[in-house]
Every structure is written in C-alpha cells, then in structure tokens.
Design a protein around this ligand. Structure first.
Ligand SMILES: [Zn+2]
Ligand SMILES: [Zn+2]
Length: 445
C-alpha cells in the first residue's frame, strides 16, 4: 500500500512540475495514463493543477484543463481560486481564459476575505484589473450585485480595491478604479489605521502619483481617520515631504475633475481622456509652485513640453485655440461648434463649481457665444472634403462661427480671470514670423 501511495505521489509531483514549466506533452501523457490525477492537489496549500497553470501563465495547459471541464472555481487551502492567483501574478492571458470559462469573480478567499479584484489592485496588475472589471460589466454580477457595488467591494477588514491600490502605490490601478466609479472618500473599517481613506493610505505609502490622482477626483484633504488625523499628518509622520506639501490644507487646492462634466451627455471616451490629461497637467503646474514654496499662481495652459503635445502636434490642419493662443483646438463644443483646447475646457469647467449657496450646478456655457454646452466632443480636423460638406447633416447644422478672442473677452468676464493673462501678453512678444503663421489658421469671418 505504501508503495502504491508513493507511486501516486511521484506521478502527482511529475504532473505539477510539468504544469509549472509548461511541458504540455508530459501533462497529456500523465493524464491519459491516470485521468484522476487532475483532481489531485499539492500537499500543503492544496493547489490544484489548474491553480499552478493559472499562476504560471501556462495558457495551453490551462485551456486543456478547462476543456476537460475542470471547475474553474476550484479553491485551495485558503479558498483562493485560480483566477485570484492569476491576478496576483499578473498573468493576463490566464485571467482572460478563466473569465471566458465563466470563472466566478465574486469569490472571497479565507485569508483576508478578498476577491480577484483586490488581488489585481494590491499587486498592481492594471491589465488584469481592467479585464476583471470588463467581465463584471457583462456578467450576472452587474445584475445581481450592481457594478458600482462590485467596484467598491470590501475585504474582511473593510478595504476596497482602491484602498489597496493606494496603499501599495499603484497609480495605474487607482486610475482605472476611479474611472470605474470607485468611491474616493470611502473609509476602511479596520484596514490600515481604522477609518483611513484612500488618501490616507496613499500618504502612508508616499505615492505622489496616487495622491495627485485622488485629489483630482475629489478626495477631501480635510477628511479624518478614526483617530482624527488628516492625510497631511500621515504623510508628515512617514516623512513623505512632497506628498505632505500637496496634502497640506493650506496649500492651493488642486483642480478637481469637474462634476459639471458628468452632466454633459455623451462625453465620449476620447474627449474624456483628453480632458483628464489636461486636468492632470494643469495640476502638475500648480504643484511646481507648491513644491517650490513660492506664491501660488493660476496654472497656465501653456505647456510646450507636456505630453499633450504628442497627440496634437502633427495635426497641422487644426486651429490654434483662441483663448490661450498656445494649444491647438482639440475639443469642440456642441451644438454651437466652437472649438478650444483641452486645457481651456478644463479651466472653464473647473471654474463652474457647484454654487455652495444654492447647491445647484451652474450650467456650462460656451465662452464664445454663451450658449449652453450640450456636449463636448473631440474636435474634428479641419480638412473637410466636398462629400462631407454636401451631406444633409452638414447643411442643416449651424455655420461655424469665427473664433476671435474679442468675443470671449466681451462675453465672459468671469472666465477671463481664469485664463492665463501671461499667454495673451506673450503674443506680442513672439517672433512675428511664428505669429503670422499661426494667424493663418484662424478663421476669418
Ligand atoms: Zn486654449
Ligand atoms: Zn459657442
């Protein structure tokens, strides 16, 4: 009997080793000889062969197991599923294949009561995190649990995936989670210091990128944890000086992703990400002043060295923004059709904060014609061909109006205060050659 056991044990080991290193043929041969081996587990952790394949990204073997109708939700000693291990190790192909096979995203381990989403966030595998969120949108979870609830799912100590990503300095995961509706001000239960917000945890970890992101999404610098500390105090305690400077309640407030934008219908993904980049860029400009300790000044939308230029610099047919005369127009206001750059759009939207007295959102209006902004879209390049021009849609739409800075300064004195005076004055100082060239792009009435 002892001999039989040891024989099985050695076959087991052979199988697990073959799975780990991706030796497909050996796995196949072993299973042909002894199909039951598929249901064996490792001695201590009780990992199944599927766990090992998932964690090591052995996608062919994983697929073979699933085709043999192995349960994708088999659990090990800690009630971890293969999906959790794949998310932990960042094996995106395993994650995708398991999700295709219908793996349950709403399983909790017995270590910390965490889901696969917690694992992806904690270990910072943003691709896995995104894949799980995409699956959640289309799965029964969205129906039975609600998608927003899943994004904000808590572990055994009250930590959401956002808390874990912030604590572990994973800005990309923080971003994806916020974008998908993670609550920026949620307090933990017992995780970290009780009552910590994602901002407290980012301050503890010392990640400037995470702090920047959280502040831009409206995290409150004055929110206290259960022992009464604001995140500024946490950053100071852990000697994260730059983080503390941003979190200091007396330093300039960052621009916050404007609530008004959420009410503009059909803000498409492309426009959204353009505006978001402009917002983060503007905040970085503000930070420079905070970190320098100099007097605070309004952010200038002129960032010739910014990454934003990458996407617009080649668009030679596009017009220069008539508010700042610096950036190219990338955002179009509808229905009026006026265009401006993403930076100026963000400045406009951030200026229209909800009125604290009436607690109502002020309506966003176009700085050029004062008509209500119905939606913002990515500006089309100015190279209309005749086919486009002659379509019925075009002929019924309003004619494109001239975009003279004059219109803007007459119409909106409040907006003027936000716009960088510096960039206007720069116009005169420019070499005449360059200004003339830019002038040609501006519509003449
Ligand atoms: Zn502009
Ligand atoms: Zn307009």
């Amino acid at each position: 009997m002892g001999q039989g056991l040891s024989c099985v044990a050695s076959q087991e080991n052979e199988l697990f080793t073959a799975v780990q290193v991706g030796d497909f043929e050996t796995v196949e041969t072993l299973l042909e000889r002894e199909p039951n081996l598929l249901h064996h587990t490792t001695v201590y952790d009780r990992h199944s062969a599927l766990h090992i394949a998932a964690a090591n990204g052995q996608i062919e073997i994983l697929a073979m197991f699933l085709e043999k109708s192995m349960n994708p939700d088999v659990v090990n000693r800690h009630k971890q599923t293969p999906l959790m291990l794949a998310a932990m190790h960042g094996k995106i192909s395993s994650v995708k294949r398991l999700l295709e096979a219908g793996a349950n995203i709403l399983m909790f381990d017995s270590l910390h009561g965490r889901t696969c989403l917690h694992y992806a966030a904690y270990y910072g595998h943003s691709d896995c995190l995104q894949a799980i969120l995409t699956a959640a949108q289309s799965s029964l979870v969205a129906v039975s649990w609600g998608y927003a609830r899943f994004v904000n799912i808590r572990d055994g100590r009250g930590a959401t995936p956002l808390h874990l990503a912030a604590r572990r300095k994973q800005p990309e995961c923080v971003h994806i989670l916020l974008y998908n509706g993670a609550l920026v001000c949620a307090s933990t239960g017992r995780y970290g210091f009780p009552g910590s917000t994602p901002l407290h945890l980012a301050a503890r970890g010392g990640s400037l990128d995470c702090i920047r992101m959280l502040l831009a999404w409206g995290a409150d610098r004055l929110q206290r944890d259960a022992s009464g500390r604001i995140s500024f105090v946490v950053a100071l305690k852990h000697k994260h000086g730059a983080c503390a400077a941003l979190l200091n309640p007396s330093s300039a407030e960052p621009l916050v992703w404007p609530a008004t934008l959420k009410f503009i219908t059909e803000l498409n993904e492309e426009a959204k990400s353009l505006l978001e980049r402009a917002l983060m860029e503007a905040n970085r400009e503000r930070e420079k002043n905070i970190l320098k300790g100099t007097a605070y000044s309004l952010p200038s939308p002129s960032h010739s060295d910014s990454g934003l230029d990458d996407c617009v610099s080649e668009a030679s047919d596009t017009e220069v923004c008539c508010i700042c005369f610096e950036q190219l127009c990338t955002i179009e206001v509808q229905d009026c059709g006026h265009q401006m750059c993403a930076q100026c759009t963000v400045a406009l939207c951030c200026h229209n904060k909800p009125n604290p007295v009436t607690a109502s959102l002020t309506t966003l209006v176009c700085p050029f014609c004062r008509s209500t902004i119905v939606r913002l879209v990515v500006a089309k390049m100015k190279c209309y061909d005749d086919t486009n021009r002659s379509t019925e849609e075009d002929s019924t739409s309003k004619p494109r109006k001239s975009r003279k800075p004059r219109n803007f300064s007459e119409g909106s004195s409040s907006f003027k205060s936000l716009s960088p005076i510096g960039s206007f004055s720069k116009i005169g100082g420019r070499s005449s050659g360059r200004f003339a060239a830019e002038n040609e792009w501006i519509d003449k009435p």
